[in-house]
Design a protein around this ligand. Structure first.
Ligand code: PLP
Length: 427
């Protein structure tokens, strides 16, 4: 065990999720690669948990950060700074929400917390509808709407949460249903739930579940939910922390696969926008955003350095059509991984969209989840020079692949080869 790992163990909580028996100490990165303290280079297929959206050490972002840091690092949201206003304008326009207002936070958790504050205040109800198998962060209210109970370490909830069907499709009684039957069943379940409860404030959902193992419901599920929610005045919060910024290839936001009845009332974002700098935020219609009648700020939200990073990163993403790249390269990678999966007894399913790909592992010849194999593949891939992720809580048998969106075809092929070898070695 490295002495850094020993020092880390001495000061960190036991519940901290840390990958690898002998954890990797990352020292630097470039493009789609990172290096460890022993000088080993890895192809990065997890992008710092989907935060490195464009590329590691992207010169445009690094320059914007250092220039802004040389002018002023922090001023607080009591004052204006130009990058914050410009980034808010761009996100408001991109969000698709009419008359949108933007509030910056420093994480996805805090963004969701703010969305819950808005929705419960607007609707004067502390009841929330959330999806089974969901993950929304680790504040007290975010864990209390997290359907993945193994990632929700308390049941002393400040909110009353009701869990809705639709989050998990790949297993159990729903697996054999057609898309239309699945949607109809979930809508009937939602209607039934609303028939014997008081009026909830909002439904919060990840368009594609992230920690939940990159599971997506059929397109149109949330549009169908929306018709029901609208009848009750219940708000729709789309948690785009993992799905935003074109990662799914087909859509800029995950909600757009469900947008036939319009955009969500509230959208939350984080992760990729800062390319690793801590930016989160909430977008909401003006009447929802302005329902709070007390003053409020986030001391670090909207800080000039992070906002400068976000602006440079977003500009690069749009100018280089990285969403299109995610669609093209992600499409090829999924195809390649499906071929590899078909030859492996351990692979139950390769699923995903764009550069958000899940590989579900089972015990050979069964339908039983195989978290041990997933852990072993992670280790073997690392040995081969590839970093990947896995699902959390009940989904640790799902390998997760989410590289920076600038991934090239040769890099995708190289990563797939390492993974194929890692799978073979585990079998
Ligand atoms: N929402 C989703 C969908 C997430 O995947 C996460 C983190 O993984 C969060 C919220 C919480 O974000 P953060 O870790 O930045 O607080």
């Amino acid at each position: 065990m490295s002495s850094l790992h020993q020092r880390h163990l001495a000061v960190s909580p036991d519940w901290l999720a840390l990958y690898y028996k002998n954890p990797v100490e990352i020292t630097h990165g470039e493009g789609r690669h990172v290096w460890d303290a022993d000088g080993r280079r890895y192809l990065d297929f997890f992008g710092g948990i989907l935060t490195t959206m464009t590329a590691h050490a992207l010169p445009e972002v690094t320059k914007a950060v250092s220039e802004q840091a040389g002018r002023i690092i922090h001023s607080s949201t009591l004052y204006l700074n130009r990058p914050m206003v410009e980034l808010a304008e761009r996100i408001a326009t991109l969000s698709g929400i009419p008359d949108a207002r933007v509030f910056f936070t420093t994480s996805g958790t805090e963004a969701n917390d703010t969305a819950l504050l808005l929705a419960t205040t607007y609707r004067r109800s502390n009841q929330i509808l959330a999806m089974r198998n969901s993950y929304h962060g680790r504040s007290f209210s975010a864990v209390s709407i997290t359907g993945n109970s193994a990632w929700s370490p308390t049941n002393l909830s400040p909110l009353q949460t009701l869990y809705v069907h639709g989050g998990v499709r790949t297993r159990g009684p729903y697996a054999h249903l057609s898309d239309a039957e699945f949607i109809a069943g979930c809508v009937a379940d939602l209607e039934d739930l609303l028939g014997h409860t008081r009026e909830p404030a909002a439904l919060i959902a990840e368009p594609i579940q992230g920690v939940g193992g990159f599971t997506s419901p059929p397109d149109g599920l949330y549009a169908a939910f929306r018709r029901v929610l609208d009848r009750h005045g219940i708000l729709w919060i789309s948690d785009e922390v993992q799905t935003g910024w074109g990662r799914s290839g087909e859509h800029f936001w995950g909600w757009q696969a469900h947008g036939e009845n319009g955009p969500p009332d509230i959208l939350t974002f984080a992760k990729g926008i800062g390319n690793g700098m801590s930016i989160g935020g909430v977008v909401a219609r003006a009447d929802v955003m302005n329902c709070l009648d007390a003053n409020s700020i986030s001391t670090f939200g909207g800080s000039p350095v992070t906002m400068a990073a976000g602006l440079a990163n977003l500009s690069y993403l749009l100018e280089h059509d990285l969403q299109g790249n995610a669609r093209r390269v992600g499409g090829l990678l999924i195809e390649r991984l499906r071929a590899i999966g078909a030859a492996s007894e351990c692979v139950r399913e390769v699923r995903g969209r764009g550069l958000m790909i899940g590989i579900e592992l089972v015990k050979p010849g069964t339908d039983e989840a195989n978290p041990e194999a997933a852990a072993a593949v992670l280790e073997a891939a690392r040995e081969g020079g590839l970093l990947i992720g896995k699902g959390g809580g009940h989904n640790t048998s799902v390998l997760r692949i989410a590289p920076p969106l600038s991934l090239t075809i040769p890099e995708a092929e190289e990563g797939a080869e390492i993974l194929a070898e890692a799978l073979r070695s585990v079998e």
